[in-house]
Design a protein around this ligand. Structure first.
Ligand code: 5GP
Length: 172
């Protein structure tokens, strides 16, 4: 049911090189608290962090908003951070911004804990009117509305370990 490769391994790798340079320049040597949103962001996060020169601390949280290929509209923190983020420079890592619900709710929650700064790195953002207000500071690629898998992105836990991003087509 993989329709076609949308982003090859080499396209992702080159874009991560550029993003790492942008991030290093923005933080100018200050420590970044990287926060991965489990599980989809893990491949993006580790590949990107390996490219950074800035000092990095790492934490994760897990939320539930999605089931199968359609958003449930629900938001629940399933696993919270183990770090106090007050006064820290937090960089949130998201795999794909779809409706924007996850990030909208997470930004609200994390901002209430008073980090010094709170920014977003996303591998993908779908070009949709409903997510236009989500301020992605470091974006890998803008894509269409299709459902994608690979490079961390799953369909009911399958396909995460594909080294590329592909369009999933149920009719194939
Ligand atoms: P949002 O809250 O922005 O609607 O959705 C964010 C989450 O939904 C993502 O972190 C991801 O887990 C899931 N999601 C949204 N679009 C896709 C997609 O095209 N493919 C996959 N595999 N997951 C998606």
């Amino acid at each position: 049911m993989i329709d076609r490769v949308l982003l090859s391994e080499s396209a992702i790798s080159s874009r991560l090189d550029e993003l790492a340079r942008e991030i290093d320049a923005r933080y100018a040597g200050g420590e970044i608290l990287a926060v991965g949103i489990l599980k989809g962001s893990v491949f993006f996060l580790t590949d990107l962090l390996k490219r950074l020169r800035s000092p990095v601390a790492l934490d994760f949280l897990q939320v539930r908003t999605y089931s199968g290929t359609s958003s449930t509209g629900n938001f629940q923190v399933v696993r919270d951070l183990s770090t106090d983020i007050e006064g820290k420079d937090v960089l949130l890592f998201e795999d794909v911004v779809d409706t924007g619900l996850t990030l909208r709710r997470l930004l609200e929650l994390l901002a209430s804990r008073r980090p010094r700064s709170l920014r977003i790195a996303a591998l993908l953002k779908k070009d949709l009117p409903e997510n236009r207000d989500i301020p992605v500071d470091f974006l890998g690629f803008t894509i269409g509305p299709e459902f994608v898998v690979g490079y961390g992105l799953d369909l009911d836990e399958r396909y995460r370990n594909l080294p590329y991003v592909a369009i999933w087509d149920p009719t194939k």
